[in-house]
Design a protein around this ligand. Structure first.
Ligand SMILES: [Fe+2]
Ligand SMILES: [Fe+2]
Length: 292
């Protein structure tokens, strides 16, 4: 039975963890986006450098221009050039769009579980950018980390769709149960696989930490971005964007209260407002995918 086969070809990569070898067969992370994600404004980055970086990947530049002209931003005048887009959206805005395009392309066309995983990632990113400023994290870093936090699951789906699909069609009490099921067929969890992929692609370390620990309980020592993503991932599930079925859907306000007890719930967007924002982003991102 192909569908229930355990992956039997792990490779020893790293000191202590075994990884399925086919994760190495994912397409390389797009170079322009990889360079962009590793740069920060504090490094004296000027707009000309961003234009030349993104302009080196014409397909990525075209996608960014398309999204810059979409209803997502609602600019009154048409943005005709990458230079104009960078000037209007700024470094952070272009970085967010570049990461969205890259992650959406990785999540394209490999079955229904990829769709729910993509929707969960977008919801997590949108929620993360909203709560980030209250937790000492930049909205841009939070958004990118939200998009990438479950990259390990996408890696499984792109490489081992028939093995991982029965796992994703199950019903679970919590994320620990999901990861136990992943381990039973993949020899590893999406957290470990995601962290490994981030390092394999030489992306910045904070994203690796987020991938590796986003399902751990909240802890005092958490970095701001890790705390944001732990919270945003749970809120995305509570808002109806869980990547798998859970026996019980947590209440959005309960998650907010328990994760962020010092901040009044009313100071965050409501569940309905968050859902409406997620839906509008998904629509914008999908409109380009359908044309592409
Ligand atoms: Fe996860
Ligand atoms: Fe998640």
């Amino acid at each position: 039975m192909q569908n229930t086969m355990k992956v039997s070809e792990p490779a020893a990569i790293g000191d202590t963890v075994l990884f399925p070898v086919k994760l190495c067969n994912l397409p390389p992370f797009r170079a322009a986006a990889g360079k962009l994600i590793s740069l920060s404004e504090e490094e004296g980055l000027n707009l000309r450098r961003v234009v030349s970086l993104v302009g080196g990947d014409p397909a990525l530049a075209a996608e960014i221009l398309f999204l810059a002209n979409s209803s997502l931003f609602g600019f009154p005048a048409r943005i005709e050039s990458l230079r104009h887009a960078v000037a209007v959206l700024g470094f952070d805005g272009v970085k967010r769009l570049a990461m969205t395009v890259v992650m959406r392309d990785l999540a394209r066309g490999v079955g229904p579980f990829v769709r729910s995983s993509w929707c969960h990632s977008v919801a997590c990113a949108v929620i993360a950018e909203q709560i980030a400023p209250r937790l000492g994290c930049t909205a841009e870093q939070a958004y990118t980390a939200g998009l990438m936090h479950d990259i390990g699951r996408l890696g499984f789906l792109r490489s081992y769709s028939s093995e991982i699909s029965p796992v994703l069609s199950g019903e679970y009490q919590d994320a620990d149960q999901v990861m136990a099921a992943e381990r039973s067929v993949m020899n590893t969890s999406h957290q470990e696989a995601g962290s490994w992929l981030i390092e394999y692609w030489a992306l910045p370390q904070p994203f690796s930490e987020v991938c590796a620990h986003h399902h751990d309980p909240l802890a005092e020592r958490d970095s701001p971005v890790l705390r944001v993503i732990k919270t945003a991932c749970r809120l995305a599930n509570a808002a109806g964007y869980a990547p798998v079925r859970y026996t019980q859907r947590p209440q959005y306000t309960d998650v907010l209260r328990s994760a962020l007890p010092d901040i009044p719930v009313e100071s965050f967007p409501s569940e309905e407002a968050m859902q409406s924002e997620v839906e509008s982003r998904l629509q914008s991102f999908d409109s380009r995918a359908r044309r592409g």
